[in-house]
Design a protein around this ligand. Structure first.
Ligand SMILES: Nc1ncnc2c1ncn2[C@@H]1O[C@H](COP(=O)(O)OP(=O)(O)O)[C@@H](O)[C@H]1O
Ligand SMILES: [Mg+2]
Length: 253
């Protein structure tokens, strides 16, 4: 065993249950998300992927089980505690960007920094500029969301999500509304963030997106039914692709 690579959980969930009416959408899921990992959750539509993400991030209260982020309990926390936890420690990206339509991409990123990063305005503007550059936004940064491509808008949403240096970046189908070229650009960005140490939890049913991760979980009927470890993206491309494809095939994908 390589003791230099012992992983620290950022979030630990035990026996998480979520019910809607009579349906158990999450059926006693136990899951740990480790620091520095790019964890991917796969599963068919309706399998409970989004629900799991919402429960882990405290956007929804689970009906049962315990979820901890460090020593902060997410299950049972007050709305006020959860709001603070989400603002201080989490970043979110969804299929829709939810950018403010009358602000430029740059101003959208700045606004999130002014609200959540704890930095002064000058430092926020500096960090927003650096992030916009890292997201390859160039002159698109000075345009409104309606005047840029879907990929540019989503890259701005990612910049906004990491503005406050979140402990975890949660992403729910972030490429679900994008064409192939834009999908690739957004995924490249996730890879870049992961290489810099960003912990990511990505929900997807896209194989290309899943390939970016180093740990893939498959959920079905509200349970994690299988897990796959992958080497880092960028090395052994063919071997990784084959490994993922064979695993998914075995799951009846
Ligand atoms: N707020 C809700 N109220 C009722 N049913 C819900 C709600 N959210 C999700 N569901 C149901 O829970 C199941 C899992 O949904 P979801 O987590 O969105 O799946 P996925 O993201 O894997 O497609 C689906 O059957 C969905 O209809
Ligand atoms: Mg979903």
């Amino acid at each position: 065993m390589d003791h230099t690579k012992v992983k620290t959980p950022v979030i630990s969930g035990k026996n998480i249950v979520q019910t809607f009416g009579q349906t158990k959408v999450l059926n006693e899921i136990s899951i740990e998300i480790y620091d520095g990992d790019f964890t991917v959750i796969m599963g068919t539509s309706g399998s409970g992927k989004s629900t799991l993400l919402y429960c882990l991030s405290g956007m929804e209260q689970a009906a049962g089980g315990t979820i901890l982020c460090g020593n902060q309990a997410i299950t049972g926390a007050s709305e006020k505690e959860l709001t603070k936890l989400r603002a201080d420690r989490f970043g979110f990206v969804f299929q829709k960007t939810h950018l403010v339509s009358n602000l430029t991409l740059y101003e959208n990123i700045v606004m999130s920094g002014l609200i959540g990063s704890g930095l002064g305005e000058k430092d926020v503007r500096k960090r927003a500029k650096e992030l916009a550059a890292r997201m390859n936004l160039q002159d698109a940064a000075d345009r409104l969301p309606s005047q840029v491509s879907g990929g540019e808008a989503q890259r701005a949403a990612v910049a906004r999500a990491v503005m406050g240096n979140p402990a975890i970046l949660f992403a729910d189908e972030p490429t679900g509304a994008l064409n192939k070229a834009n999908t690739k650009e957004v995924l490249n960005l996730f890879t870049k963030l992961h290489e810099k140490g960003q912990t990511i939890l990505l929900v997807t049913h896209d194989k290309e997106a899943a390939l970016r991760g180093n740990r893939i979980l498959y959920i079905e009927d509200g349970r994690v039914i299988s897990e796959l470890a992958l080497s880092e993206y960028g090395k052994d491309k063919d071997a990784r692709e084959k490994k993922l494809a064979a695993w998914l095939e075995g799951l009846g994908w």
